[in-house]
Design a protein around this ligand. Sequence first.
Ligand code: TYM
Length: 342
Amino acid sequence: MHSMAPQSRDGRPRALSGAQPSADSYHLGNYFGAFKQWVTLQEEFDAFYFIPDLHAITVEYDPALLRERTYVAAAQMIAAGVDPGRSALFVQSHVPEHAQLAWVLGSITGFGEASRMTQFKDKSVKGGQDSSSVGLFTYPILMAADILIYQADKVPVGEDQRQHIELTRNLAQRFNHRFGETFTVPEPHIVKSAAKIYDLQDPTAKMSGSSQSHAGVVDLTDTPQQVAKKFRSAVTDSGTEISFDPQGKPGISNLLTIYSALTDRPIADIVTEFQGQQYGHLKVAIADLTADFVGAFGDRTRQLLDDRSELDRILADGAARAREVAVPTLELVYERSGFVTP
Ligand code: TYM
C-alpha cells in the first residue's frame, strides 16, 4: 500500500509537456513557445515529453494522417533537441493510465468550471457548438491527467495553455483536499518573451497550425524558399521606425520577438542594430536566418523519419519509462478513491 506520492527516482524535479500532432508539421510558435524550453529543462529536470494523440481525435481527423503525423511529431521533437536518452519521449495512447485518471478527475470537475475553458469556446465557435464533440469539451481534464499522472512540478507551455494549467492546479488541490495528499500541484513554465508568436499575415492572431492559410505560419517543414517568402511578405505596420511596441506596432514587434528568440539576443540590442534602417532590412535578416534554421531542422527531421523502427524503439522505451511513474500514481489514486484492490 502506498502512503506517499511517488517521487522522482533521483530526487530531481519533474517537467512534463506535450504538443498535438494535429497538423502536418509543428510551426515556429510551437518551437519558440514550447520546444526550446523543453530542451533547456531536460538538463535539470526528470523530463517527460509526449505526443497527445488522444487529444488530436477530439476534432474531425483522418486516421492514416494521424498515424503519419505522430511519427513526424516524434521526429520533430528530437530534431528540436529533445534527447530521448535523457527525457522520456512517448505517445499518449501508449500509456493507458492518462485516460484512466482523466475519468477520475472528470468526476471532481464542475460542469460550469469545464464550460469556462476559453480554448473550448474558441474551437467550438469555429465548428458550431452542436457539432463539437464531448471529447473536445473534456479535453482540459485529460490534459490535467497528463500532467498529474507524472507528479510534474513544471509544465513548459505557451501562453494559450495557462488556463488549462490553472484548472489542473485546482483539480490537484481539490483531490488532495478531499482524499488526502496525492498529487504534486504543478507550476506553468511560460517564458514571457516567446509565450505568444503571432501569425505573419495577421499579427493580432496567434500563429496556429489549424489556420486556414499557412501564408503567415512558418512550418518547420517549409523549404528555405518558402520561409524567405513568408517573411518578405509579412504584414508590417504604418510608419517606418523599427521599435518594439506590441500594441502600436504588432507586426514589427512580432518580427523582433522572433529574431530575438532565434538569436538569443535581447530585443533592445536588435532595435539598436536596426536603428535608422527600414522594415525591409529587418525582414531580410530574419528571412535569411530562419531559412537556415528551418533548412537544417528539416534535414534532421527527414533523417529521423527514414528509420521508423528506430523511432518505434525510442517511443516504446519512452512509454515504458512513463509507465514506471504512471502506474503507481494511478494505483494510489484508485486506493484513495475507495476502489477495491483487484
Ligand atoms: P498545442 O499542441 O496547441 O501546442 C503545443 C505547444 O506550443 C505552444 N504554442 C505556442 N507558443 C507560442 N506561440 C504560439 N503561436 C504557439 N502556438 C502553440 C502551446 O502553448 C503548447 O505549449 N493542450 C496542449 C497539448 C497538451 C499538453 C498536455 C501540454 C496536451 N496535454 C499536457 C502540456 C501538458 C495543446 O493543444 O498545445
